[in-house]
Design a protein around this ligand. Structure first.
Ligand SMILES: Nc1ncnc2c1ncn2[C@@H]1O[C@H](COP(=O)(O)OP(=O)(O)OP(=O)(O)O)[C@@H](O)[C@H]1O
Ligand SMILES: [Mg+2]
Length: 376
């Protein structure tokens, strides 16, 4: 967790640093001794929370809040105002009206400060998750609509061009051009199919399957995809229960994740796929935006290059890719996302540059959910 403290008093900054180091051992702290310096750091460092003094020369705390909340890049960072005892309720209202998320008046105990930071972080995470799923939902509706119509048009292009190609002998000067049209139409069809999978418009054919068996029966194929310099490990929980899944969609999902892992480990490494049976109580389920019940927890981890923090919110977006032109279309993870959602599950990712990547997927086990959601 990254915390930025903005205060013109060095003594205050030192006290704050000591408190955080003592009570929040996983916190990284940066300090700024003016509003201007704080704004620059907030834009470049993307802290999770800002602790802000009100009375500062040059740019005071109010102006700092206003600038932070006006800039889309910093507007979502929670701001906790920490101020001296001699402010009145008007100051509090003013700061809150400008967008401060909490207002603490000295003297503040270290426990009170830490509790406020923890609440802010929880709210920020929940807001981020909500914004992210709303964004993907909106893109899905748009992409699904376009892909559906486009697919119908492509059926006509593919049908007529294939028919003409069959009627054209190879020595005909038009044969090669027709072949190119047929090939391009096939590529466009595969692209629109990926978008339809992302937007859950692909027909699902659910059947009861034991996830561990399904994954291991796909092992040979996955080994071929990842090549010899990557070790594939399977960790199957003996208790892994059945789920209603579309077999080919789950295979597609594993394949896309394995290809990404392979691309992230050009010099070799470890790819580990694990399945576990897990019971989520109401607290742990709500943190994952699921209903309480039994789930199959599937994790796909690699020891590859990892994903920079600022790119993590974008990786499920259709057409987001960091691969060079012609190497990736940026649809692999969008399809994975669509497949997980179509199975009423959830997916999250943990990654850091140099530390590998773990995709964590929860799919309802049969005890809690009987069927895979059918496409509309
Ligand atoms: N296991 C991983 N390790 C590191 N980066 C990853 C991993 N998986 C995904 N990414 C990042 O997420 C981006 C999007 O992945 P996605 O699978 O959607 O598209 P792609 O692999 O670039 O192209 P496509 O899958 O369509 O061929 C990748 O370009 C890469 O930057
Ligand atoms: Mg991919």
């Amino acid at each position: 967790m990254k915390i930025l403290a903005i205060d013109d008093s060095n003594v205050n900054l030192l006290v704050m640093k000591g408190t955080l180091e003592k009570h929040l051992s996983d916190a990284q702290l940066k300090t700024a001794c003016s509003g201007k310096e704080g704004l620059d750091l907030a834009r470049s460092w993307h802290p999770d929370t800002i602790l802000l003094d009100l009375q500062m020369p040059d740019m005071d705390g109010y102006e700092t809040i206003r600038c932070l909340k006006q800039n889309p890049a910093t507007a979502y960072i929670p701001v906790i105002v920490i101020t001296a005892a001699d402010v009145d309720s008007k100051d509090r209202v003013r700061a809150l009206d400008l967008g401060a998320d909490a207002f603490l008046q000295k003297p503040i105990s270290s426990h009170e400060l830490v509790a406020h930071i923890k609440v802010m972080l929880r709210i920020k995470k929940a807001e981020e998750r909500l914004r992210h799923s709303q964004k993907l939902e909106a893109i899905g509706i748009l992409a699904g609509g376009v892909a559906h119509d486009f697919n119908n048009i492509l059926t006509v292009i593919r049908g007529y061009s294939t028919m003409l190609l069959m009627q054209t002998p190879p020595e005909d000067p038009n044969h090669e051009s027709l072949q190119m049209i047929v090939d391009a139409a096939k590529r466009a069809t595969s692209l629109t199919q990926s978008l339809l999978t992302f937007s859950r418009k692909q027909e699902a054919t659910p059947s009861k399957a034991e996830l561990c068996t399904l994954v291991s029966s796909f092992e040979k194929f996955l080994r071929r995809i990842i090549g010899d310099n990557i070790t594939l490990n399977f960790v199957c929980d003996q208790n892994t229960s059945h789920a209603s899944v579309d077999r080919s969609m789950i295979e597609q999902m594993l394949m896309n994740l394995a290809i990404n892992a392979r691309d992230a480990m050009p010099d070799g490494g470890q790819l580990t796929i694990a399945t576990a049976h897990i019971l989520l109580d109401s607290k742990s389920a709500s943190a994952l935006e699921l209903s309480p019940g039994t789930y199959i927890h599937l994790t796909v981890s690699d020891t590859g290059c990892g994903i920079p923090r600022e790119l993590l919110p974008k990786i499920f977006d259709p057409f987001f890719t960091t691969k060079e032109v012609g190497k990736g279309s940026g649809l692999g993870l969008s399809m994975v996302y669509g497949i997980v959602k179509q199975h009423c599950g959830t997916i999250s990712v943990e990654s850091a540059p140099g530390s590998g990547t773990t995709f964590s997927i929860y799919l309802p086990a049969n005890e809690t959910s009987e069927t895979v959601q059918e496409s509309q």
